[in-house]
Design a protein around this ligand. Structure first.
Ligand SMILES: Cc1ncc(COP(=O)(O)O)c(C=O)c1O
Length: 395
């Protein structure tokens, strides 16, 4: 439980102050930590004495931001990682063995999909891709080999809303040992706390909203203390080495302090932009959880603190060719992948973030060739609307 509100915790939620009483956590740029004696080094390695050993396993700059993110997510502990993919792969490698199975939604961030579909299979891990909201499909996919149920919500890139509570309950009713892992990147901990809804592990690309300035790669894993200890010693220490560096931890902690106010503005502007796009006759469909006509609207309002988030996607009439007229025609929005930055970012998932999907896989995952993904920035909403309006005029 958090002692303070979200915004207060984002600012004050680290427990340790340094020996000089620095207001801001210093950047501990050191790869390793000195032991007083051989006996002390041995005790630390045996986990009998608390204390730092080596930055791949822990660093005071990282621990400060880990404490905050754990509290903001409602988890016992967290690990700061070098990227979102570092968080995802370290978690999966810790929780799965050859011959076992993962159930995942059929729409996922492109690199997560590629890792699951094209790489885990090389190690004898089977991934079953289903519509996770379809109760019957989920129940029939669960079997004795299932170790992980993996979801994102809102889903990248089509903003589908996955029911975290229902998915977790079905998985745990089948086998309480199954780990439900939720990628909370699109919502950020400000809008949604999957652990409170029954998930076991949360992963983040903190490259996005948590850091919020588009200047670094970062990630987090949040879970109970036992699971975090395991992932730190297996997935991070031995299997990926994907720990966060102290400089990055400093920037993430700095960005985190304004997560609440940034998310409020991202959401408010995205709602306004989505309402504008929904009226355009150049657009076939708008996907935004804050619009009442969105398939997952009610669930989103319940799961996501009553807000629709900062991400919008939409299908331009006329497919890929017309989509490119819009993505090439914007002047204020920036044509680039990633999200959660102060700048409004626009991209074409089928040819960029979701290019690991084949044409058939894109269709199965409901990623239309005409789909455009927008990350609404912190600029004035009317300027963003005017820019999109002139780009849509080119269609
Ligand atoms: C939902 C989601 N998860 C994970 C990642 C991977 O994060 P990173 O680029 O920090 O490795 C991304 C990146 O776009 C993402 O959108």
């Amino acid at each position: 439980m958090r002692e303070y509100s979200f915004d207060t915790t984002a600012i004050h939620g680290n427990e340790d102050k340094d020996q000089f009483g620095s207001l801001v956590t210093p950047i501990y740029n050191t790869s390793t930590f000195i032991f007083d004696s051989t006996a002390q080094g041995a005790a630390r390695f045996a986990l009998e004495e608390p204390g730092y050993i080596y930055t791949r396993i822990g660093n005071p700059s990282c621990i400060a931001v880990e404490q905050k993110v754990a509290k903001l997510e409602g988890g016992e502990a967290a690990i700061a990682t070098s990227s979102g993919m570092g968080a995802i792969t370290a978690t999966i490698w810790t929780c799965i063995n050859g011959g076992e199975e993962i159930i995942a939604d059929k729409t996922l961030y492109g690199c997560t999909f590629e890792f699951f579909e094209h790489h885990l299979s090389r190690f004898g891990v089977k991934v079953r891709f289903i519509d996770i909201n379809d109760e019957d499909e989920l129940k029939s996919a669960l079997n004795d080999k299932t170790r992980i149920v993996y979801i994102e919500t809102p889903v990248n890139p089509n903003l589908k809303i996955t029911d975290i509570r229902k998915t977790s309950k079905i998985a745990h009713d089948y086998n309480p040992e199954i780990k439900v892992i939720c990628d909370n990147t699109f919502a950020s901990p400000y809008l949604q706390n999957p652990l409170r809804l029954g998930a076991d592990i949360v992963v983040h690309s903190a490259t996005k909203y948590i850091n919020g300035h588009g200047d670094i790669l970062a990630g987090f894993i949040v879970a109970d203390q036992e699971m975090i200890n395991k992932i730190r010693l297996v997935g991070i220490k031995d299997m990926t080495g994907a720990s966060m560096a102290a400089n990055e931890a400093y920037l993430v902690e700095r960005g985190l302090k304004t997560l609440g106010i940034r998310m409020e503005k991202h959401c408010k502007s995205a709602q306004k932009v989505a309402e504008f796009l929904a009226k355009s006759d150049k657009i076939e469909k708008v996907f935004y959880p804050g619009l009442p006509e969105h398939e997952g609207h009610e669930l989103a309002m319940e799961q996501m603190n009553g807000l629709g988030g900062g991400m919008i996607s939409f299908i331009v009439k006329g497919g890929r060719e017309n989509a490119a007229k819009v993505t090439d025609g914007v002047r204020l929005a920036t044509l680039t992948v990633s999200l959660g930055a102060p700048e409004t970012l626009i991209e074409h998932p089928a040819s960029m973030t979701h290019s690991p999907y084949t044409e058939e896989e894109l269709e199965a995952a409901n990623i239309s060739p005409g789909l455009i993904r927008l990350s609404i920035g912190l600029e004035d909403a009317d300027d963003i609307i005017n820019d999109l309006s002139q780009a849509l005029d080119l269609v």
